[in-house]
Every structure is written in structure tokens, then in C-alpha cells.
Design a protein around this ligand. Structure first.
Ligand code: ADP
Ligand code: ZN
Length: 291
């Protein structure tokens, strides 16, 4: 089975071909420019590729509701030119016979881990990317979660730690999860690139405090069987046990499940830095299975 995948990011797009097992056969990437030009590059790439479906995990907010008039649109992004743009319009026109699976990049990545990665066989998982921004996707009782729009877990409000006087970076909520803990917030707070922070720097304990707090909220709301944390910041692998410690501290022993203390409960994506593109492959596979 040949499947097409688009990982649509705010700074770059990655397109590729893979199969139903999550194996990527080829991939290319290009910078995100105007929507017209960027989507045309996707169309050009898939021409003559003989694919059976396309999966498109897109930065958002998007409209993933098939019954909506604006299904397939990027909705309210501040990214110039992209707000209210029908990102699947040109794809549909160019490939009218090919089904397209469209969802948020993080829902895609979550499905990728469920189909091919660390959450294989589970009916419940949550995926977060902690990078330039923070986004979360959820798979709940065998389905990706959408609801009114789609979850925006990266913007949940968090309690600011007493010793943290940083004002927060989110233009909407200042001190939401993303405003406190995404890469740019770390860099602005400490005045140094996150990549260059020593592993003993106090930045990491604070970072784990915020991520752990957010995950405690997620455990209380969605009760996931596995939590996957990807994105640039999570390359700091020493964060994982610290995050788990804080998550449990915030839960205060209220939820008695041994999994919460298992080192395999909060994990780096098994698909690694391919989590996004494999996630889009998963969206393509899903749309074929639903046909
Ligand atoms: P994006 O979110 O744009 O898709 P990334 O997931 O790579 O991209 O996230 C980029 C952010 O992650 C930047 O703010 C960067 O500082 C941070 N980052 C990238 N690599 C590391 C690293 N090894 N350690 C800590 N932070 C990192
Ligand atoms: Zn916010």
C-alpha cells in the first residue's frame, strides 16, 4: 500500500511516501510560504506517485469537522495569509479520487504512535509536542478526540511557581502551558538557547514542574493509558523522570494506578523525529480503513 503524508508545520512542510506499517520510503521538506504556493508544492510532489490515500496533519487551529462548511480549513492562525484558508482544496481538486485524512498535527502524531509506535495496541493515549509551541492530541477509547473544534491542551492555564517571575510568552494567556514551557519561553526566561542550557541548570527543574503539572491535569481529564512527549525540548531526556515525579506530586496520590509510576508511562515517541510524518501516514491509513 502506498500512502502519501503531509506534515504541515508553521515553518516547514514535510511531504513523503510510506506504507501501512509506518515505514517511510521517501520524504522531502520545504519552507512554509504562502498557502497557495505551499499547497501547490504538495500537489506537485504527489503527482505520478501512485498513492492510495493522503494523510495531512496540519498546524492549527483547523476545522476537522467533516460536516462543517469550513472542513479542511486552517481557521484563526495569526500566520499571514493562512487564516481561513482551505488547505485541502487544491489537493482535492488535483486528486479527486484519492481520500484525504485531515487532522491536527498532534492528533496525527498521536495516531501514529497508536498504529505504529509506543502506544501500539492501546485504545487510549495522549501525545504532546513541546517545541516552538506546545500542542496535544488525544486518542480516547479508540478514536481521535475532536469535540467542538479539537483539543488545545497546550493552552491550559497553569499555576506559576512562586520563584518564577517570568511574565509568560503566550499572546492570549501569558502563563498558559505554552507560555511557560515551550522552547521560546525557556529561552526568553533564561536568556540562553534551550539547546545550550546545562543539564544541571535550574531551568530544567522548573520545566519539569510545568510539564508535570500539565500532565497531572491531563491524567485527571482524559485518563490516558500512555503519554508521549515529543518535540525539540524533549530531546532533553533527563526531563522524563523529573516530569513523572512532578506529575505524581500534583496528583497527590489521588489516582491509585501503578502505571503512573511506571517509567514506560511517559515516553519519547517511538517514531522519534518521524512522529509527525508517520502520524500523517496513520491519518492516510485511517481514512482508507474508514472507506
Ligand atoms: P517545531 O516546534 O517548530 O516543530 P521543534 O520541535 O524542533 O520544532 O522545537 C523547536 C524548539 O525546541 C526551539 O525553541 C528550541 O529551542 C527547542 N529545542 C530544540 N532542540 C532542543 C534541545 N536539544 N534541547 C532543548 N531544547 C531544544
Ligand atoms: Zn496560551
Amino acid at each position: 500500500m502506498r500512502l502519501g503524508a503531509i506534515e504541515g508545520g508553521g515553518t516547514k512542510f514535510i511531504v513523503g511516501i510510506g506504507d501501512e506499517n509506518g515505514t517511510i520510503i521517501e520524504r522531502v521538506s520545504f519552507p512554509t510560504t504562502t498557502p497557495k504556493e505551499t499547497m501547490q508544492k504538495c500537489v506537485d510532489y504527489f503527482k505520478d506517485k501512485n498513492i492510495e490515500a493522503i494523510g495531512f496533519g496540519c498546524f492549527g487551529p483547523i476545522d476537522p469537522d467533516k460536516s462543517s462548511q469550513t472542513y479542511g480549513y486552517v481557521t484563526t492562525t495569526p500566520k499571514p495569509g493562512w487564516a481561513n484558508y482551505n488547505v485541502i482544496g487544491d489537493l482535492k481538486k488535483a486528486f479527486p479520487q484519492i481520500p484525504i485524512g485531515f487532522d491536527t498535527d498532534v492528533n496525527g502524531a498521536c495516531l501514529g504512535e497508536v498504529y505504529f509506535g509506543s502506544a501500539k495496541g492501546l485504545d487510549s493515549a495522549v501525545y504532546f509536542t513541546i517545541g516552538t509551541g506546545i500542542g496535544g492530541g488525544a486518542y480516547v477509547e479508540g478514536q481521535l478526540l475532536h469535540g467542538l473544534l479539537h483539543p488545545e491542551m497546550g493552552h491550559m492555564k497553569l499555576i506559576v511557581r512562586e520563584d518564577d517571575h517570568y511574565k509568560g510568552k503566550c499572546p492570549f494567556h501569558s502563563t498558559c502551558f505554552e507560555g511557560l514551557a515551550a522552547g521560546p519561553a525557556i529561552e526568553e526566561r533564561w536568556g540562553i538557547s534551550a539547546k545550550e542550557l546545562d543539564i544541571n541548570h535550574p531551568a530544567w527543574d522548573l520545566e519539569a514542574y510545568y510539564i508535570g503539572q500539565a500532565l497531572a491535569n491531563i491524567v485527571l481529564v482524559l485518563s490516558p493509558k500512555k503519554i508521549i512527549l515529543g518535540g525539540g525540548v524533549m530531546h532533553q531526556s533527563h526531563l522524563f523522570p523529573m516530569i513523572q515525579k512532578y506529575m505524581n506530586q500534583f496528583l497527590e496520590g489521588y489516582i491509585q494506578k501503578k502505571e503512573l509510576a511506571d517509567p514506560n508511562y511517559i515516553v519519547w515517541p517511538k517514531l522519534g523525529d518521524n512522529a509527525g510524518l508517520c502520524g500523517s501516514l496513520a491519518l492516510a491509513k485511517q481514512v482508507l480503513m474508514m472507506k
